[in-house]
Design a protein around this ligand. Structure first.
Ligand code: ZN
Length: 272
């Protein structure tokens, strides 16, 4: 079986046919899907959808760096304040079915003016994840040096203060092999590989070879970034199977081994 560790099934692209989409995923042996949360408006919808598919769909909670509000502290309180207070409860007590805090991170692709706010809300959300013993689902775009720096100076020390290790997925990994190695020296990270692996001139195959299967998890980021041969159309979790086959070819192992090992990695991290 295969796990899609990152998709956006509450996106309006799926409003008409969500049942069929989940059905084709199951038929393609994609039996579990993690719903990435981008802000406080998405969270209730994600929880509602995942509750209609227990053991198949899983919720996350988080504020995407491109979705930060003018007042990040108020936004943080709106989303996380509705849950149980930080009293050492298990995440399942705070809100059933949350498997990670995400997608959170840094994005300097379009707007570079709010890097300080992006860093601060990433720190706050990572702290919440550590206090609830949850992994983080990271969105890092054009900001790997800044992210590694924040890990070194702030996030990792925060984890060690709690005698924990920072753990999570670098979703849609677009850094280089050297940066992946550095991330692994700082925390317990896995690298999310999706459709971009299959694109012409993509650097992801080379990076995936350097990282190795023991640290890779599969994802779609559906409805975005469909893998070849579906490129340009709506992406959906069933296509994780296409990425699985492409990765098998690149790593010179069988698709079964890719499925088995990436599923084991995702389970280790997300406890699903
Ligand atoms: Zn995403």
């Amino acid at each position: 079986m295969i796990i899609d560790t990152h998709c956006h099934l509450i996106d309006e692209a799926f409003h008409q046919d969500i049942e069929a989409v989940i059905d084709s995923a199951l038929k393609a042996d994609v039996r579990q899907m993690v719903l990435a949360c981008c802000d406080e408006t998405e969270f209730p919808q994600i929880v509602a959808l995942s509750q209609s598919y227990p053991d198949i769909l899983f919720s996350t909670i988080g504020i995407h760096p491109e979705n930060i509000a003018a007042d990040i502290h108020q936004q943080f309180d709106t989303l996380f304040g509705a849950l149980a207070p930080l009293d050492g409860n298990a995440p399942s007590d705070a809100q059933p079915g949350i498997v990670a805090v995400g997608e959170i991170g840094l994005d300097l692709h379009w707007d570079k003016s709010r890097l300080d706010d992006q860093k601060e809300i990433l720190r706050m959300q990572t702290e919440w994840a550590l206090d609830h013993d949850l992994p983080v689902l990271l969105h890092i775009r054009d900001a790997m040096p800044q992210f590694l720096d924040l890990c070194r100076t702030t996030l990792c020390p925060m984890a060690s203060e709690r005698s924990k290790q920072l753990r999570g997925i670098l979703h849609c990994y677009s850094g280089n092999a050297e940066q992946a190695k550095e991330a692994l020296s700082l925390g317990d990270f896995y690298f999310g590989i999706g459709g971009t692996l299959t694109y012409k001139k993509s650097l992801v195959p080379e990076v995936a070879q350097a990282i190795g299967i023991e640290r890779i998890v599969l994802e779609t980021d559906a409805p975005y970034l469909a893998p070849v041969p579906h490129r340009g159309r709506r992406n959906e979790p069933a296509y994780t199977a296409d990425t699985c086959r492409a990765l098998a070819e690149i790593l010179h192992i069988s698709a079964e081994e890719v499925a088995q090992k990436t599923t084991k990695n995702a389970r280790n991290l997300l406890k699903i």
